[in-house]
Write a protein that binds this ligand. Structure first.
Ligand code: GBH
Length: 474
């Protein structure tokens, strides 16, 4: 079996795996939980492949002890998971957070205690896409009140869990929440309004800033960060129209989040170039100060490279967001840009495999945020895994994918990026959003009929890698 990397990572480097609440928990109406936008979306026919939904998912809500035991057996240092907001404050609406649901807190409290008992450091993401439906009904992320309620919810989470949880991540991939949720509509709530998407960008940034302040107040020793799906954007050629396209995509995907969070301003070129869509009047005095909070860590999620070119009007415009033709564009004010399909190899998502993109991306973020620690909060791949006659799941392609990307993280560290940890996406096969259960990202196979967990070859490989690195620590 290829081991890939025998180099030593820094002694305190953290090896982990990640999941998200709606993708694994199930138990959607247990202990007072109310619906999120993903319950509504997945129960709307035609939105999710095979009309799958997260009603049961991996039944993690009932099986969390088994899953923690699995993580302990694998030797993980850390586990990144998200809280389901509608478990914590199920009665939230536009005007008030509503009462705290003790049963919701208790579930996460038991999970955190089980992890700590197993020697696994919990990393909590406050928001991985499951907005309480009542807040969407009141306008969702395009509406300012959603950000205000999010700040209050963050305070509750930090108050109840901050005594035991060392690291909080405010948002997971606000790019997806804003652009896939409100522009292309392939994610919940499924709206297709580019102006709303840009308002959502701002209110997600504001939500982040308010949450950082709330966590600092409630849990002063906790480390706080955000997870972004940034892109290391490459122009297809050095023609002006391609480099201009790359600059716009860098702006809409990276700088529109990084600049306000790290430097307290929005990129002028992006404000200009989206002028036909919105006048940005949703940005109020004081917002940028609220958004720009010192961060302990930036989480980077990376799956595939981004190559762009200026669209010259010839042939159908390529926009490979992996959701096929016919969807509205995820990119506001960007009809003059296309995303040419890249050469293989591909994962079964159709995403091309290119580990160098991860090295480049980590170095790009480090350049803009030189003093901030970095974490790879997600990296992984979907392949067509099958259980064989002996009840094993052999996934050599995933081993290859992970080993090359981990090596790419090592390259970034050697080049000076302060990367402190790596989290595989995902611990378990799970509900892959618009793809339902058709795509498997886990290092542990889940048989959805029996809920049996079967560690794949990649899980054993990752476990061995961690064990070797731990031995080196001495
Ligand atoms: C993450 O999103 C999520 O955080 C996680 O919940 C999810 O399960 C996981 O990834 C796997 O999807 O234009 O064809 O090159 C990642 C979402 C993936 C969206 C890459 C944009 C571009 C693909 N992003 N995608 S392509």
């Amino acid at each position: 079996m290829p081991t890939g990397i025998e180099r030593a990572f820094p002694p305190k480097f953290v090896w982990g795996a990640a999941t998200a609440a709606y993708q694994i928990e199930g138990a959607i109406d247990t202990d007072g939980r109310t619906p999120s936008i993903w319950d509504t979306f997945s129960h709307t026919p035609g939105r999710v492949r095979s009309d799958d939904n997260g009603d049961i998912a991996c039944d993690h809500y009932n099986r969390y002890l088994e899953d923690v035991a699995l993580m302990r057996d694998l030797g993980l240092d850390s586990y990144r998971f998200s809280l389901s907001w509608p478990r914590i404050t199920p009665q939230v609406d536009a005007n008030a957070l509503g009462p705290v649901n003790q049963k919701g807190i208790d579930f996460y409290s038991r999970l955190v205690d089980a992890l700590l008992d197993a020697g696994i450091d919990p990393v909590i993401t406050l928001y991985h896409w499951d907005l309480p439906q009542a807040l969407e009904d009141a306008g969702g992320w395009p509406s300012r009140t959603t950000a205000e309620r999010f700040g209050e919810y963050a305070a509750v989470a930090a108050e109840h869990l901050g005594d035991r949880v060392a690291t909080f991540v405010t948002l997971n991939e606000p790019w997806c929440s804003a652009y896939l949720g409100y522009a292309s509509g392939v994610h919940a709530p499924g709206r297709t309004d580019p102006a709303a998407a840009l308002a959502a960008v701002h209110h997600l940034n504001l939500a982040h800033g308010l949450a950082v302040q709330a966590i600092r107040q409630q849990a002063p020793t906790a480390k706080v960060g955000v997870t972004l799906n940034l892109a290391s954007v490459r122009p297809q050629t050095l023609l002006d129209r391609d480099t201009a396209a790359a600059r716009r995509v860098d702006g809409l995907q990276n700088r529109v989040f990084l600049d306000p969070m790290l430097d307290g301003h929005y990129p002028d070129d992006i404000i200009d170039e989206t002028g036909s869509v919105t006048d940005w009047s949703f940005v109020r005095d004081g917002d940028l100060d609220a958004i720009c909070q010192p961060l302990d860590t930036i989480g980077v999620n990376y799956y595939s490279p981004t190559v762009v070119r200026g669209y010259d009007g010839d042939g159908p415009r390529e926009e490979s967001d992996g959701h096929g033709d016919g969807a509205a564009s995820a990119w506001p004010a960007s009809d003059d840009i296309e995303f040419p399909r890249q050469p293989g190899p591909y994962t079964v998502m159709g995403w091309s495999i290119d580990p160098r993109g991860l090295t480049e991306l980590l170095l790009r973020v480090h350049r803009q945020a030189p003093g901030v620690d970095l974490l790879v909060t997600e990296n992984g791949a979907a392949f067509d895994d099958l259980v064989d006659g002996e009840g094993r799941v052999d996934d050599p392609m995933r081993v290859e994918y992970l080993s090359r990307h981990i090596a790419a993280v090592g390259d970034a560290i050697e080049a000076g990026a302060p990367v402190r940890g790596y989290f595989v996406w995902s611990l378990l096969d799970n509900f892959e959003w618009a793809y339902g259960y058709t795509k498997r990202f886990g290092i542990v196979y889940v048989d959805y009929a029996s809920q049996r967990r079967v560690p794949k070859t990649s899980a054993r490989w990752y476990s061995d890698l961690i064990a070797r690195q731990v031995r080196r620590r001495g």
